[in-house]
Design a protein around this ligand. Structure first.
Ligand SMILES: [Mn+2]
Length: 442
């Protein structure tokens, strides 16, 4: 990983003017309640460029200076480390993490002043945190006041996203390897959920198994898992996770494992069997499932370099509308159901996003006002869904069904690879697995 980080820094610096200075602020520890903190998660940009996962870290890249890579970190502190864990310290920052120089984070403002002196542009994430904007503004103002003594203040603040995030968008070999691993563990955890799915359990029991699937490989949820039985699944970001699974409902599980920073993002939906019974879709559930699966397979088949997420979304809308018209849930012809917005009653969300260190990963969808063309190395999701709200006038046989099928797609030179292909979604394969039982390997 550290070698990958070094080449990423080199690649970023190649894209920056020699007079630029890039400043990257790490995440801060977030308070959960009282004196409890949330588990620390480094900012994805900093993970990408340094792999240093400590709070109070700032990285500075100065491509035109002798020392191009500076880290500001917490210094070693025996007492603090006994309580809160070991630190890399200034020595580790240079020796382990490859910085050309390292400073105490408590000197941040003074060191930034030195580092920005003589640079024309500051590249940073503008508006990410007001205190960072303020700090950089303050340093620039001080430099300007010192110009009559020969100091030189930057003239421009440039959004770092344009360069850095385009780099993150096309995955390098190390990132692809990580994505493969996180997708593999994501599949394992989903298999546990499928096998354990029987009526009488609670949504949180399924969540516990998914978490177990992640943790036994040292992973964590890359985002808040959605474990939604029956009408819970018609809430797109359902997180309460406290309802009992009823026989005849569909269970929707949207969960992805984050490993070494990179996350998978997968959704499956399947019928909940009564204990001792075989799982079976109702006619209405199966009709919706088949339409979603057909749309997803059609969309996956066109994923290749040069295609756009916009085209894929349009294709999905038309396939879903076609299916819904065919079974009478939408009237008229499919094209006008899409055009008029009638489809949104059952399909209210988009169908893809980039995937990587962030579940909704960086990368522009419309660079220069044109849809982004897929390139080898991009990873994105394809996730059509259909939802019938609990109060929909279609009546009780349809109400409260939520189906989504989501896989993670790597764009290759010649087409694509489904990184989560091992997780069944064909109806016969799914029904064989669901409720078949889990023996925990501990
Ligand atoms: Mn997703």
């Amino acid at each position: 990983m550290l070698a990958a980080c070094a080449s990423r820094r080199a690649a970023l610096m190649e894209r920056l003017p020699r007079t630029a200075c890039a400043v990257l602020f790490g995440s801060r520890e977030e308070r959960r309640n009282a004196d409890n903190a949330h588990r620390f998660r480094q900012s994805s940009d900093l993970l990408f460029l340094t792999d240093l996962s400590e709070p109070e870290t700032v990285a500075v890249l100065t491509p035109g200076k002798d020392k191009r890579f500076t880290l500001l970190v917490r210094p070693r502190d025996r007492q603090a480390e006994i309580w809160a864990g070991r630190r890399a310290g200034l020595e580790g920052a240079t020796e382990l993490y490859g910085a050309d120089q390292a400073f105490d984070i408590r000197e941040l403002e003074r060191r930034l002043y030195e580092l920005l002196d003589g640079c024309e542009e500051v590249h940073m994430l503008i508006g990410d945190r007001p205190e960072h904007d303020e700090l950089v503004g303050r340093v620039i103002a001080r430099l300007r006041r010192n110009e009559r003594n020969g100091g030189r203040a930057p003239r421009r603040i440039v959004d770092l996203g344009a360069t850095l995030h385009e780099l993150r968008l096309v995955k390098d070999e190390a990132a692809i390897l990580n994505m493969r691993r996180s997708c593999a563990v994501t599949v394992e955890a989903h298999l546990l959920a499928m096998r354990a799915c029987t009526a009488g359990k609670y949504e949180y029991e399924i969540e516990a198994l998914v978490d177990y699937g992640f943790r036994r490989r040292n992973g964590l949820p890359g985002y808040q898992s959605i474990i939604a039985a029956g009408k819970s699944a018609t809430v797109l970001h359902y997180v309460d996770c406290d309802q009992q699974l009823q026989p005849g409902q569909v269970l929707l599980v949207d969960a992805g494992c984050e490993l070494a920073g990179f996350t998978g993002d997968v959704t499956r939906a399947y019928p909940i069997p009564a204990p001792g019974q075989k799982p079976v879709f109702t006619r209405e559930q199966q009709q919706l499932y088949e339409i979603v699966l057909d749309a997803q397979l059609a969309a996956i088949s066109v994923a290749r370099p040069g295609a756009t997420i916009e085209e894929i979304y349009t294709l999905i809308c038309h396939r879903l509308a076609q299916g819904l018209c065919a079974i009478g849930l939408l009237s008229g012809d499919p094209a006008s159901a899409v055009e008029s917005g009638a489809l949104r009653r059952f399909f209210p969300h988009r169908a893809s996003h980039f995937l990587g260190l962030d579940v909704h990963d960086v990368g522009r969808y419309f660079p220069d006002d044109q849809p982004q063309r897929l390139q080898p190395g991009m990873v994105f999701t394809i996730e059509p869904g259909l939802y019938v709200q609990p109060d929909d006038p279609l009546g009780p046989d349809w109400q409260g069904i939520g189906i989504r099928i989501e896989d993670d797609i790597l764009v290759t030179q010649t087409g694509h690879e489904v990184l989560t292909a091992e997780l069944p979604k064909r109806i016969d394969e799914v029904l064989k697995l669901v409720g078949s039982g889990v023996t925990l390997l501990v």
